[in-house]
Design a protein around this ligand. Structure first.
Ligand code: CO8
Length: 260
């Protein structure tokens, strides 16, 4: 896989994807979004990859949003196409079936905050700043930020961030539940890689079904979501990893999961 605006690094079962446009604070232009789409699909289908860390190049920014040079010249039809293409890439991340950890190393604004919200977990450097500043540009989020933000932090808090366009600090984002952890900036990548390695050691099929049960189940009426969970529970009972996990517990040893 070769990309102009992404760096991909492998650390055993963990892949680290870095958006690499530091001169524009890693803003997402059409090409970068398409490279992300191709990278996510390739990592999804690579069985040796069990978890992904997503971050931005440099020390200042995770992703400072969609590229405003492109937004400034958009038309109604290209704007719609662009929004749908971005939503598709973020959906691929959310539904890739493997944990994706956003390592938020600085500004996560607009499309950058939306991208982080499509990830499974978010770890922020204590220096990070998050927000949805679209309103200050006279636009609204277009990568499903209005939807994911309200679902993650609740309607009232989401509306405040969306309508003010204010940037918030990492500790404030943690207080709101927008990020899972805040760590010193110097420790961010080490901690994100360590968390990814921990998740990569879990039983892959069970991981995939937990992700599916939560993401798809939340969109269903509760009784249907319970049946969906029970069905996935039944399916996971067919795996060698279930036998290994339960046997290892009874034999008082660590399980070795093989993804089967
Ligand atoms: N797009 C393009 N270029 C950018 C962006 C961006 N989003 N953010 C920063 N840059 C560029 C700057 O223009 C500047 O370029 P240059 O050196 O050529 O002048 C360079 O990056 C460095 O930025 P600053 O000099 O501004 O750095 P500061 O430290 O002064 O400020 C900020 C940092 C606060 C992050 C500031 O750069 C900023 O406010 N950036 C814009 C943030 C923003 O509004 N993001 C939201 C964009 S809208 C969006 O994401 C909508 C997504 C959905 C789209 C749906 C499809 C149409």
């Amino acid at each position: 896989m070769t990309f102009e605006n992404l760096l991909i690094d492998r650390d055993g079962p963990v892949a680290v994807v870095t958006v690499n446009r530091p001169k524009v604070l890693n803003a997402l232009n059409t090409q970068t979004l398409d490279e992300l789409r191709r990278a996510i699909l390739a990592l999804k289908h690579d069985d040796s990859v069990r978890a992904v860390v997503l971050t931005g190049a440099g020390e200042k920014s995770f992703i400072a949003g969609a590229d405003i040079n492109e937004l400034a010249v958009q038309t109604p039809t290209t704007g719609r196409e662009h929004a749908m293409a971005g939503q598709h890439v973020l959906d691929l991340i959310e539904h890739m079936g493997k944990p994706v950890i956003a390592a938020i190393n600085g500004y996560a604004l607009g499309g950058g905050c939306e991208l982080a919200m499509a990830c499974t977990l978010r770890i922020a450097a204590d220096t990070a700043r998050l927000g949805q500043p679209e309103i200050t540009l006279g636009i609204i989020p277009g990568y499903a930020g209005t939807q994911r933000l309200a679902r993650i932090i609740g309607r009232g808090r989401a509306l405040e961030l969306l309508l003010t366009g204010d940037q918030i600090s990492a500790p404030e984002a943690h207080r709101l539940g927008l990020v899972n952890r805040v760590v010193p900036a110097a420790d961010l990548m080490r901690d994100a890689r360590a968390l990814a390695a921990t998740l990569a050691a879990k039983a892959p099929v069970a991981v995939r079904y937990i992700l599916e049960a939560v993401h798809k189940g939340l969109e269903m009426p509760f009784p249907q979501a319970q049946v969906f969970e029970a069905t996935l529970f039944g399916l996971v009972a067919s795996t060698e990893d279930m036998r290994e996990g339960t046997k290892a517990f009874l034999e008082k040893r660590k399980p070795e999961f093989r993804g089967k």
